[in-house]
Write a new protein. Structure first.
Length: 185
């Protein structure tokens, strides 16, 4: 008999994402309590799991190194708003089925929490500088499912934002906004 628990968790995650996204969009669009109207900066439905030359410390993005092992992400829906509100529903962010990954970790997440980081180019006088802000941790299960709903203080200005999913226990990224096309496409 199949265990219904993963299906139930997925349904709850999808419902929570829909409620948060609709509620956040309505509240943010109204601009209530804000001197300026809040706008959506970024909406994304793909992320790139750390892999290839991004694995490890050799090629960090925005000063954030990739994890020591490759990861993959099944699906993600995310929204970043100009008031710093961030909502990300991630599903299936797990170690990749790769020879470099120990067999007992393949297809699993070994972190109890995921965090998000937003990397922006900003200004410091006449200089362009890199600024990162990081959320608190959000629960993540062994199947790599998590709902991150947070508020951060974005740099002003925040130019060319990138969103990362980080480990809960260290400053290494597992996934970043982007994509990799399937071979043969």
């Amino acid at each position: 008999m199949n265990d219904p628990t993963p299906t139930i968790r997925l349904a709850v995650l999808a419902l929570a994402t829909a409620i948060l996204t609709i509620g956040a969009s309505a509240a943010f669009a109204s601009g209530e309590g804000h001197p300026e109207r809040t706008r959506q900066i970024l909406a994304f439905h793909t992320m790139y799991g750390v892999d290839g030359p991004f694995v490890g410390d050799a090629n960090p993005i925005d000063g954030i190194p990739g994890d020591e092992l490759p990861w993959e992400v099944k699906s993600v829906v995310g929204h970043l708003f100009s008031n710093g509100r961030l909502v990300i529903a991630v599903r299936g962010l797990v170690f990749k089925d790769d020879p470099s990954v120990p067999p007992e970790l393949r297809g699993k997440n070994d972190e109890t929490e995921f965090r998000a980081a937003i990397g922006c180019l900003s200004e410091d006088g006449d200089q362009v500088v890199q600024r990162n802000v990081v959320t608190d941790g959000s629960p993540a299960d062994e199947d790599g499912n998590s709902l991150i709903a947070a508020h951060v203080e974005l740099p002003n200005p925040c130019v060319a934002p990138r969103v990362f999913i980080l480990a809960g226990s260290e400053d290494k990224w597992f996934a970043v906004t982007g994509f990799e096309s399937e071979e043969g496409m």
